[in-house]
Write a protein that binds this ligand. Structure first.
Ligand SMILES: *[C@@H]1O[C@H](CO)[C@@H](O)[C@H](O)[C@H]1NC(C)=O
Ligand SMILES: *[C@@H]1O[C@H](CO)[C@@H](O)[C@H](O)[C@H]1NC(C)=O
Length: 502
């Protein structure tokens, strides 16, 4: 019963907060700014011009009650028709690059590369050309969760053949877009794909084969990424001269107290959350992290499994994966407190990812809360992530590929402005302390379909009017602030946009 006391201590320690000085701080030369979106969340056109179905089309149509407001991405922000306006917005903001994702089933309706949907190729060609015409670099994400349903019928990310299917798809993208696209992410957020999609019901395909499917998926995602990377590295890089990497979601887990147990719980949580994917790629040793291998092997043995539920990586697989990313794409939003409590055994399904991790994860109610329940503003946690990546992985080039804040709506978004300023402020601290952070990407350009939360959470720098067929886009106050940061390449905490009026 000492928990509440310990947690209060933590609240006290971390509550004196981040005080932004009024100092104007400059970003390093060459630092680039962008904004990010993903195909299913904004495009709509779900059944147009030969597009195949994705697992999100199936999830939203077969059981609408799984989505908070029973909505779908059928139309979303209608970017399939309004992409020129999206590029105009990117131009208004002065973005250096725009990170978007390609819908695999829009290009390959059945998932396989024997049948290419030309209308899909045309759509992305138009988008890419429009960006380049406006001097904005296209940053292409190959996979942001909308798997072709035809491949899910075959098991999706738990079928090892998906490694080949993904590489075939990557080849189609390099062949069609690589002459103009020089920035690539293979896979966006493996944890959300594997744990949330296969080891629980939080994301499509909501497989919920807990404690088993998420680890098979992790191995296949890592190998699919690595093989797509090597295909580019060995066959395309010489001609196309691009940069290619992976984006991993990184939450900071802070020990809830100074005990050895709580420290170990925080380390375990970080290794399950992002080390699981980062360690095999970015560490010197390669392979899954020790904490992951140890915890899952121990639990599996206790539970009577003949071998660990975490698949092994062979020596040649370890080699293939290690070093297979030109940059560490960090998607980071928030921080959690972590502790170990033996008496809470039994609170998670057995077997499961959470039970294997054996850490209890809580939020600190004193931290500013976004519209999304999982999202609180904790800039010092973001700072610790950047320092930890520098330390663990020998200071790789880091691109922040997502960071952002949700509200319930409205154009006057003071808390989003405060969030971005505080996060960019500690990002500058990290750079001064030696972290090799080179790009920052706001999530997101425009309001979108926020997965199981539908349209109830607004992350956009621009508001989208989902109630009108026109889907008008209007800049929020934060858009003017971000625009000024990009224009001046400085962080000025006192800047107020003159032109902004609601
Ligand atoms: C997911 O599976 C676990 C068993 O591993 C079960 O306890 C839980 O109720 C399932 N969740 C849903 C939403 O079906
Ligand atoms: C390749 O790209 C780099 C920047 O990423 C540039 O400096 C270099 O000139 C390019 N080389 C060729 C051959 O295009």
């Amino acid at each position: 019963m000492i928990r509440p006391f310990l947690i209060l201590c933590v609240i006290f320690l971390h509550c004196n907060g981040e005080f932004l000085s009024n100092k104007i701080r400059k970003f390093p030369d060459g630092f680039q700014f962008g904004a990010s979106t993903s195909a299913y969340q904004i495009e709509g056109g779900w059944y147009e011009d030969g597009k195949g179905l994705s697992i999100w089309d199936i999830a939203t149509h077969t059981d609408p009650s799984q989505i908070k407001d029973k909505s779908t991405g059928d139309v979303a922000a209608d970017s399939y028709h309004l992409y020129k306006r999206d590029v105009e917005i990117a131009k208004e903001l002065g973005l250096d690059f725009y990170r978007f994702s390609v819908s695999w089933p829009r290009i390959l309706p059945k998932g396989f590369s024997e049948q290419i949907n030309q209308a899909g190729i045309d759509y992305y060609n138009n988008l890419i050309d429009e960006l380049l015409k406006n001097n904005i670099k296209p940053f292409l994400t190959m996979y942001h969760w909308d798997l072709p349903y035809e491949l899910q019928k075959l098991g999706g990310w738990v079928n090892p053949y998906i490694i080949d299917w993904f590489v075939d798809y990557a080849k189609v993208l390099y062949d069609n877009f690589g002459d103009r696209v020089k920035l690539w992410t293979t896979i966006n957020e493996p944890k959300q794909i594997c744990y949330e999609g296969y080891g629980s019901t939080l994301k499509a395909p909501m497989l919920n084969v807990t404690g088993v499917a998420e680890y098979i998926c992790a191995k296949n995602v890592l190998l699919a990424h690595a093989k797509a990377y090597h295909l580019y590295d060995e066959h395309y890089r010489k001609i196309q001269n691009g940069t290619i990497g992976i984006s991993i979601s990184c939450t900071w887990f802070e020990p809830a107290s100074d005990t050895v147990d709580d420290h170990q719980a925080a380390i375990d949580a970080r290794q399950f959350d992002w080390g699981q994917y980062a360690h095999p790629i970015f560490s010197k040793a390669g392979d899954f992290p020790l904490e992951l291998k140890r915890n899952i092997a121990l639990k599996s043995a206790e539970q009577g499994y003949p071998r660990s539920r975490l698949p092994e990586l062979s020596a040649s697989e370890i080699c293939l994966i290690r070093g297979s990313s030109d940059f560490f794409g960090v998607n980071s939003y928030t921080t959690k407190l972590t502790y170990r409590d033996a008496s809470l055994e039994g609170m998670y399904a057995v077997p499961s990812y959470m039970d294997d991790m054996a850490a209890v994860i809580i939020s600190n109610p004193a931290w500013p809360q976004a519209q999304s329940t999982w999202l609180q503003e904790v800039p010092w946690g973001f700072h610790k992530i950047l320092k930890e990546i520098m330390k663990l992985y020998d200071n790789p080039p880091v691109y922040i590929t997502e960071n952002g804040w949700s509200t319930s709506g409205g154009l006057l978004d003071e808390d989003r402005i405060r969030y971005y300023r505080n996060y960019l402020n500690v990002l500058l601290d990290a750079i001064e302390e030696g972290c090799d952070v080179r790009k920052f990407t706001a999530w997101t350009l425009i309001d979108n379909f926020e997965w199981k939360n539908g349209y109830t959470e607004k992350f956009g720098l621009y508001e989208v009017d989902f109630s009108s067929e026109k889907h008008n886009r209007t800049p929020r106050k934060s858009a003017y602030i971000y625009k000024e940061i990009i224009r001046t390449r400085t962080l000025d905490p006192t800047y107020e946009p003159e032109k902004f009026s609601v």
